[in-house]
Design a protein around this ligand. Structure first.
Ligand SMILES: [Zn+2]
Ligand SMILES: [Zn+2]
Length: 277
């Protein structure tokens, strides 16, 4: 089975994300996309809204990013379509601040994330005592409740890396058995379908030792069975070399699972690329 054309990457970080490679400029990202034969790419830097209030990470340089990406857009016009996006984290926790950002900067695409629960640090830096088989189920339950709440924030185009905490739970040796929470996950999938937004297949899981994307293929089957058709692919690259990583394998698998298209969102328009030949 051949893929007709390279699938577009809907989730890439530039050097305007504090944790990305300093060399990941918008120009470097466009050049990498072109080298891979991609026609469209989205730069989606971190804007975790809680950071404005708890200062847990360096703030998102919103003006600088918007201006630099707008300039790169013009420079590469005609060779690659660059979407000025944002990975909006925890929008539901500070909805007014999130709304104010969207009203002023009006990004082409908004990836909605949940990196931290209310009053807690990022799952990345949550203490290892939280990742035990005794404690983690309650954290996971809160995660699913807040993820649903996050989806209620109006303005999200793509639901990002569902199952993010499992990445860290497994690293700490927790079994992270989620079988008891399938009804809650189904509810999340049905909400995504009802809101007509896309579910992200985040391929960083391959690079982070999870052996598959976030969410994994079993959950993607559940999404399909809940009526889900719209999926985007996001490498979550923090360095140019990871753009489009593991897309071929994912597309083949998604095609076999019955997903006919991969979506790319640009100003509410959804561009679809077929997964078969
Ligand atoms: Zn993220
Ligand atoms: Zn990301």
């Amino acid at each position: 089975m051949n893929i007709r054309k390279p699938i577009c990457d809907s989730h890439v970080h530039s050097h305007f994300s504090f944790d990305a490679s300093p060399s990941a400029s918008p120009d470097a990202i466009c050049e990498r996309a072109k080298a891979l034969g991609m026609t469209h790419i989205a730069i989606t830097d971190h804007n975790d809204v809680n950071v404005l209030f708890d200062h847990s990470f360096p703030p998102y340089p919103e003006k600088e990013a918007a201006q630099s990406i707008a300039e790169a857009k013009k420079r590469h016009d005609g060779s690659v379509c660059l979407a000025y996006g944002v990975e909006l984290g925890q929008a539901h926790q500070y909805p007014e601040a999130a709304r104010a950002f969207l009203d002023v900067f009006d990004p082409d695409v908004v990836v909605g994330s949940l990196h931290s629960l209310r009053g807690e640090p990022d799952f990345y830096s949550l203490g290892k005592e939280k990742y035990t088989d005794d404690v983690f189920p309650a954290i996971w339950d809160r995660y699913l409740d807040e993820y649903l709440e996050m989806l209620g924030f109006d303005g999200i185009d793509i639901a990002a890396h569902l199952t993010y905490p499992i990445r860290y739970a497994r690293k700490h040796g927790c079994s992270a058995d989620i079988s008891a929470s399938i009804p809650k996950i189904e509810n999340i999938f049905r909400t995504i379908v009802k809101k007509d937004i896309c579910l992200e297949v985040n391929t960083s899981g391959f690079r982070q030792g999870m052996g598959g994307p976030l969410p994994d293929f079993h959950l993607l089957e559940l999404y399909r069975d809940c009526g889900g058709k719209l999926v985007t692919l996001g490498s979550d690259a923090h360095a140019q070399k990871d753009i489009g990583a593991d897309f071929d394998l994912c597309v083949r698998k998604l095609c076999r699972m019955g997903f006919e298209h991969i979506a790319f969102v640009f100003r509410k328009d959804i561009m679809l690329t077929r997964t078969d030949t």
